[in-house]
Design a protein around this ligand. Structure first.
Ligand code: HEC
Ligand code: HEC
Length: 310
């Protein structure tokens, strides 16, 4: 053992030696470190007193902390409310703008429409998805579509931003009269076959049914070309998109009993979200933009484009 083991540069060692050559000096830790240690020990006590940190019930209640100077006792609810306020401040900047804007103007503003789509998702989930399905994919019951698909470009009532806004605000009820009294069963049979053939692009193969279609009241609502009129939501009968059951039997039933026209008829009611006060004006605008942005929205200033050349 050399002297080295008992001191180094005048500092005594602890006397322990490892590996024949290594010894611990008895230096004090640096002053800054000692201060830090003392401060954190004091902080533990202060923290315990300020916050509700003692998890034992005394007299049936917990120690709530003495609170922070100036802000009172800390609670998780209070902290949530403060965070919420920060969020509301950010939102109110947008919300105030939305109040004075038309749905079309919101749609034209990139930043606002992005904001609106984010909050629209929640509104849609809460108010619309039960009938229209998540993301507007439609819901089906045994009669066919219970509520229409909203993420395609086939619209009963029109797909411009104003059409969609009007639908949500005012609601819609498809009115098709029943024909069980005005047409004979053979005529209904024939016209149903015609409509089915029409949807497959072979309308001319059903001349008897075509005659019924042209001579009864069908054209008054669906138009002579059977493409429907968006002003009254009469379905386009020339495509393969069916609002109700599109089988020959299903079509016969729609023609016989009508829509929203009595106990036997098909029910198709889109509730109004404005009159019932279910949603605010701003919420309805948000939803119009949200639904439009599913991808099927139709620009109103552009005339229907000619099909692209393929
Ligand atoms: C109780 C079920 C129900 C709820 C809830 C509902 N809808 Fe509808 N919606 C319908 C039905 C049914 C129709 C079709 C009406 C018809 O066939 O005439 C419809 C039609 C529509 C249309 C028109 C589609 C077209 O082709 O023109 C839009 C747009 C629409 N709904 C949006 C919404 C939005 C947005 C909400 C939520 C705020 C909503 N709906 C909530 C049942 C519902
Ligand atoms: C008073 C107007 C009116 C008359 C008349 C009328 N329809 Fe309709 N029809 C409608 C409306 C509106 C709808 C859409 C109902 C809905 O979706 O809410 C419809 C829907 C239909 C459907 C269902 C389409 C689908 O996609 O499922 C068929 C089929 C149909 N009509 C055939 C006829 C035939 C055939 C006649 C003549 C015998 C006729 N309609 C007469 C208004 C009318």
């Amino acid at each position: 053992m050399s002297d080295n083991h008992n001191s180094a540069g005048g500092v005594p060692t602890t006397g322990h030696v490892w590996d024949d050559d290594l010894a611990d000096l008895t230096n004090q830790p640096p002053k800054w470190w000692m201060l830090g240690l003392t401060a954190s020990a004091i902080w533990v006590v202060v923290y315990f007193l300020m916050y509700p940190a003692i998890p034992f019930a005394v007299n049936g209640t917990f120690f709530k902390g003495i609170g922070l100077p100036g802000t009172g006792k800390w609670t998780a609810i209070k902290e949530l409310a403060e965070d919420q306020k920060v969020l509301d401040d950010v939102r109110s900047k947008y919300e105030n703008k939305l109040k004075g804007m038309t749905p079309a103007a919101i749609l034209a503003d990139k930043e606002l429409s992005e904001y609106v789509i984010r909050s629209g998702k929640v509104l849609f989930g809460d108010n619309c998805a039960a009938c229209h399905g998540q993301n507007g994919i439609g819901t089906i019951d045994k009669h066919g579509l219970f509520a229409p698909v909203l993420n395609d470009d086939d619209w009963l009532y029109g797909g411009t931003i104003d059409n969609i806004h009007e639908t949500i605000a005012g609601g819609r009820q498809g009115m098709m009269t029943p024909h069980k009294d005005s047409l004979k069963p053979e005529q209904i049979d024939a016209v149903a076959k015609y409509v089915k053939a029409l949807s497959e692009g072979k309308g001319d193969s059903e001349q008897a049914g075509k005659k019924v279609f042209m001579e009864s009241d069908c054209t008054a609502c669906h138009g002579p070309d059977a493409r429907g009129m968006q002003a009254m939501g009469s379905a386009n009968l020339t495509d393969r998109i069916w609002r109700f059951d599109g089988s020959p039997e299903g079509i016969k039933r729609t023609v016989t009993d009508g829509v929203n026209a009595g106990p036997d008829s098909r029910i198709a009611v889109m509730p109004s979200f404005k009159t019932a006060g279910k949603l605010s004006d701003t919420e309805i605008k948000k939803l119009a933009v949200y639904v439009y942005k599913f991808g099927g929205g139709v620009k109103d200033d552009v005339p229907a484009a000619a099909p692209a050349a393929r």
